[in-house]
Design a protein. Sequence first.
Length: 134
Amino acid sequence: MINIEHSCKNFSHKWLQNSIIYMTKHGSHAYGTNISTSDIDLRGIVVPPMNYIVGILDNFEQSITNDPYDLVLFDLRKFAKLAMICNPNAIELLFTELEDHLVATRHGHMLWMCVISFYLKKLGLLLPVTLAHK
């Protein structure tokens, strides 16, 4: 069982845990290529507090920890920039199995649906109705 709370304690920004809108496994555990010694890799998206969005003194783009999991949390704005240029770090977050999604708030699910639709449209494909109505 993955304990997200324990990983988030190691971040210097104490607001991170309550600001996660989407988090998923990635790496070998998401691809089914893990072995007994594989570490657990997690990535997620957060919406920072207002002072990080409109302030000029507080800055946040991402946080990284590796205790006990390799966890990277992206600011929503940084994630959006990466997704728009088809950066593999952003794409990898989105194309994981639904059972690997550890956190998916209503806003996180809406973001996931929008970005998936965007990529599928770029490929000339339509979003399956079963996903659109989840």
